[in-house]
Design a protein around this ligand. Sequence first.
Ligand code: XMP
Length: 189
Amino acid sequence: MENDVSKVLLTEAEIRAGLKRLAGELTVEYRGSDLAVVAVLHGSCVFVSDLIRLLPIPLTLEFLACGSYGEGTVSSGEVRLTFIPGAENFAGRRVLLVDDILDTGRTLLRVREALRARGAADVKTCVFLDKPSRRVVPIRSDFRGFEIEDVFVVGYGLDFAGRYRNLPYLAALKPEIYAARQPAPEPRG
Ligand code: XMP
C-alpha cells in the first residue's frame, strides 16, 4: 500500500495538530449545546472518530450515506441520500454536519438542506479538507481542517476504488495506480 504513494501531503503529526485546533474552535462554538454530530459515510469515518474524542462536550453521533445519480463512472452531479438517520435524532437540536472533503460542494449543500428540512435547529458544517478551486455550487464550510490543491487524495478515511482508507496520513498516489483503473477516479464518498 505504501509503495503506491507518490507524495505524503499531510503527516500524522500535521493532521493531529490540525484536529486539535479544529476541536478548540468547535468547543468554543458548542459548549453548553445539545450537539448532534452527523457524519457522511464512508470518507469521514476516521476524521469524525478522531475529532469527537477531542470534544469535551456531550454529543450524539449519527451517520448518513449519499450516492450520485447517473450511470457507470460519469456522475450526473446530482446527490442522492441513500440513508439518513431518523429526524428524532437531530430535530430541534444543533447539528454539526461532518464530511471528509468539500470538493464541488454538491454533497454538503444537498445534505445540509435535507437536515434543515427535517427540523434541525441549526446546521453547521465541518470538513477535514477543502478544495476551494473545485467548487461548483455556492457553499463554504463553517469549520475546516486543511485547504488543499486540486489533487486526488487518499488516506485518513479517503479512498481510491475503496482502498487506502486505512493509511494514517494523507497522500497522493502514483499516476500508474490511477492509470491502471481508467477512467480517472470518481469520488465514492
Ligand atoms: P463534493 O463536494 O464534490 O464531494 O460533493 C463529494 C465527495 O467526493 C469525494 N471526494 C474525494 N474522495 N479523494 C477522495 O478519496 C479526493 O480527492 C476526493 N475529492 C472528492 C468525497 O468523498 C466527498 O465527500
